[in-house]
Design a protein around this ligand. Sequence first.
Ligand SMILES: Nc1ncnc2c1ncn2[C@@H]1O[C@H](COP(=O)(O)OP(=O)(O)OP(=O)(O)O)[C@@H](O)[C@H]1O
Length: 257
Amino acid sequence: MIEIKQLTKSFGDRTVLQGIDAVFETGKTNLIIGQSGSGKTVLMNDLVGLLEPTSGQILYDGRDFVTMDKRQRILLRREMGMTFQGSALFDSLNVLENVRFPLDMFSSMSSRERDRRAMECIERVNLKGAETKYPDEISGGMQKRVAIARAIVLNPKYLFCDEPNSGLDPKTSLVIDRLLSDITHDYGITTIINTHDMNSVMGIGEKIIFIYQGHKEWEGTKDQVMDAKNKRLNDFVFASDLFRKVRKAELDEDNNK
Ligand SMILES: Nc1ncnc2c1ncn2[C@@H]1O[C@H](COP(=O)(O)OP(=O)(O)OP(=O)(O)O)[C@@H](O)[C@H]1O
């Protein structure tokens, strides 16, 4: 479990995150949603230590990341996996080498063991057969899967995914969502996903935190989103034409009963 308490982040005199309290649950897909510019990426970057919060606590199973010394932080970072917006693969490395990279950097495994572990993760994301291909030889969806395999190769307890569906068609997005959800449940990972994809929200949003202009406006589950009474959340959800139509059809159906 990751718990944040009164997390605030300012850049100069501009406050981007304002006193956020939230709990991200173990073994669940926790989604951070919100409009462009609401602060999702800043929040995630604070969580993984790419930014320093201005104030507040970030508790990883009770351990406060903010007050840790450098050595403790390095150790905790080894428990984190991350995928970035865009897949951020190394163009000059093939799929196997990309996935093996964290092991090459951080593990004491033999070369053979590293290959075996990397192949295990490649198989987990259904990319067996693609291990000798280079990123520019595979599709965007396959690149995302390579990024996920690389993010789990060190057996993380915590997985962070910033916009994992960006640039993907709806069908491929579903495949990625399902994969992230299965991995989260199979390995009991605390997974945090930044998204503004409503299909992801309704598909895998076991816990949803809605950020509005830097503060937590609403939290709940995918089953609560459609009926939530929060106007800002509704505006966000139903800004998607498809969801407005789905909701209207549901209401019409109710009225005709
Ligand atoms: N290094 C920085 N210095 C100053 N302002 C920043 C910095 N990083 C982010 N911001 C500002 O913080 C706000 C939140 O940005 P953030 O990238 O977290 O939004 P987001 O919700 O992730 O948006 P998107 O969905 O478009 O990725 C924006 O107004 C952005 O300009």
